[in-house]
Design a protein around this ligand. Structure first.
Ligand SMILES: *Cc1c(COP(=O)(O)O)cnc(C)c1O
Length: 488
């Protein structure tokens, strides 16, 4: 009963507490409103309100979240999201606003959009932003459409985009969606771009390079100025994947590294809970020369207040309905104002110190493939453990038993048996120490209790799934026998 589906519960329902929501009003006769319509019985569970509430409350307690436990997911910045920003987004003036409301009646909302853009330009050194894209991937798409339009506007017929092998998978996908051929550049042994190789790959077809700095190995690309000179010298542009901006906040700006276009994942760095794919905001920033290509509408300020400007002849157009995921933008604005410059600097420095602390304390137990200091995340390899029959997957699953969400696994692709750990700035030393002890203890189990490791997780409500079977026999639909027999 405890773990059964709500559909299974309905058959043994003994509920009598159904609330009548329409006392005294007779059942509606549908055929009198829609003549000829046949009335189908809905196969929904027959349960009382209290049974439904208990079912979902019980399920909610099984959730793992950053509000309940440490969530060291590399590359995705699962940091604690201060509740203040939830309260701000929940203000009536923000949440009850309608997107068709005329600008005169939503000056407060436009004020937030306008000033958020200003704060983001200050943090990145870009000239202007569009807050429309609703995810990092959509931000990339917007950014590359801007780059394409720029090249077209000056008669450049460029066809390729260079992308390092450590890049996030969305980068080559975006380039391909914009009609560019992605050219992969292999990283050097130290995890950074090989300058000589870059020179050999570049030609008159190169439209841009897509980089993230620090890269997805958590390493700072120290030759970025030289890379910028090479690309710009060849008529190309630099795209910055700023999905994870935690390490750079108030430290340095992508513009001073030579980047021309970037996106920031406001839902990662700037505090919006974003599990399970949403909601997001992938704000796109560009240098002055590219501003005229940004999506419309732009938010502008005049004597009469804030307004939407649709008259931008060179724009790539709209990339989304209305003005973006507005309440994600409100959260980001609230987060930035609350912390201020010094608070943001503190965020970055603490995030970097925490990652390096983990790296130093685990380097004798797990392999650290790159020896230099890392930035906000550290990539470990479980290659030694693998030689003893235990994979990164086994270790990740066992961490669940210890009460941790597993880190990102097998990414970046260039590190064997990778575990990518991003502790973020919001975890205390006690939490991080306990996590490190768990990682060391799991490694000891390889010699003491390997069977337990291979079967993990065992202490929680989920078990290991048969991933090979699941991949070969995907069944994405829960089959309700009574629905199956219904032609509808
Ligand atoms: C998360 C992430 C993305 C994609 O962002 P979404 O909002 O998930 O579309 C792109 N690049 C990097 C480096 C990321 O970490």
């Amino acid at each position: 009963m405890e773990n059964s589906l709500i559909f299974d519960k309905s058959s043994d329902s003994v509920s009598t507490d159904n609330v009548s929501f329409s006392p005294g009003i007779p059942d509606c006769d549908i055929s009198s409103i829609f003549p000829g319509q046949v009335r189908h019985e809905l196969t929904i569970p027959d349960l009382g309100e209290s049974a439904v509430v208990r079912h979902y409350s019980r399920l909610a307690r099984k959730n793992f979240s950053v509000d309940t436990n440490f969530y060291p997911l590399g590359s995705c910045t699962m940091k604690y999201n201060p509740k203040l920003n939830e309260d701000t987004a929940n203000l009536d003036g923000f949440k009850a606003i309608h997107p068709y409301q005329p600008p005169e009646f939503c000056q407060g909302a436009l004020y937030v959009l306008y000033h958020l853009e200003k704060l983001l330009t200050a943090l990145t050194g870009m000239d202007s932003f569009s807050l429309q894209p609703s995810s990092g991937a959509q931000g990339e798409l917007t950014g590359l459409l801007v780059i394409r339009k720029y090249h077209q506007s000056i008669g450049n017929n460029k066809t390729t985009v260079i992308i390092p092998d450590s890049a996030h998978g969305t980068n080559p996908a975006t380039a391909a969606m914009c009609g560019y051929k992605p050219i992969v550049i292999e990283s050097k042994d130290n995890g950074l771009i090989d300058i000589e190789k870059l020179k050999s790959l570049i030609d008159q077809d190169t439209a841009a390079i897509m980089l993230t700095n620090p890269n997805t190995l958590g390493l700072f690309e120290e030759n970025i100025l030289e890379i910028s000179d090479i690309i710009h010298g060849n008529g190309g542009l630099l795209y910055y994947d700023g999905a994870n901006f935690n390490p750079l906040l108030a430290v340095t700006k992508p513009a001073v590294m030579g980047f021309d276009v970037l996106h920031l994942n406001l839902h990662k760095t700037f505090s919006t809970p974003h599990g399970c794919g949403g909601p997001g905001a992938g704000a796109v920033g560009v240098i002055k020369e590219l501003s005229r290509f940004l999506p419309v509408p732009r938010v502008t300020k005049s004597q009469d207040g804030y307004r939407f400007d649709f008259k931008c002849p060179d724009t790539i157009g709209r990339v989304r309905s209305f003005y973006g995921n507005f309440t994600v933008l409100v959260r980001a604005y609230s987060y930035l104002l609350r912390l201020g410059r010094n608070g943001l600097l503190n965020v970055s420095q603490t995030a970097v110190v925490n990652a390096n602390y983990i790296k130093e304390r685990l380097k004798d137990t797990y392999t650290v493939p790159y020896s230099q200091a890392c930035m906000h995340e550290v990539v470990l390899s479980c290659d030694k453990q693998k030689q003893n029959g235990v994979s990164a997957l086994d270790i990740a699953k066992r961490l669940i038993d210890y009460g941790y969400h597993p880190p990102t696994m097998y990414f970046p692709l260039i590190v064997k048996e990778a575990l990518m750990i991003e502790p973020t700035e919001t975890e205390s030393k006690q939490t991080i120490d306990a996590f490190i002890e768990a990682m060391i203890s799991i490694n000891k189990e390889i010699s003491t209790d390997i069977a337990r490791l291979k079967e993990a997780p065992a202490n929680v409500c989920v078990r290991r799934v048969d991933e090979v079977f699941a991949a070969r026999n995907p069944n994405l639909r829960w089959q309700n026998p009574s629905l199956e027999s219904d032609d509808a």
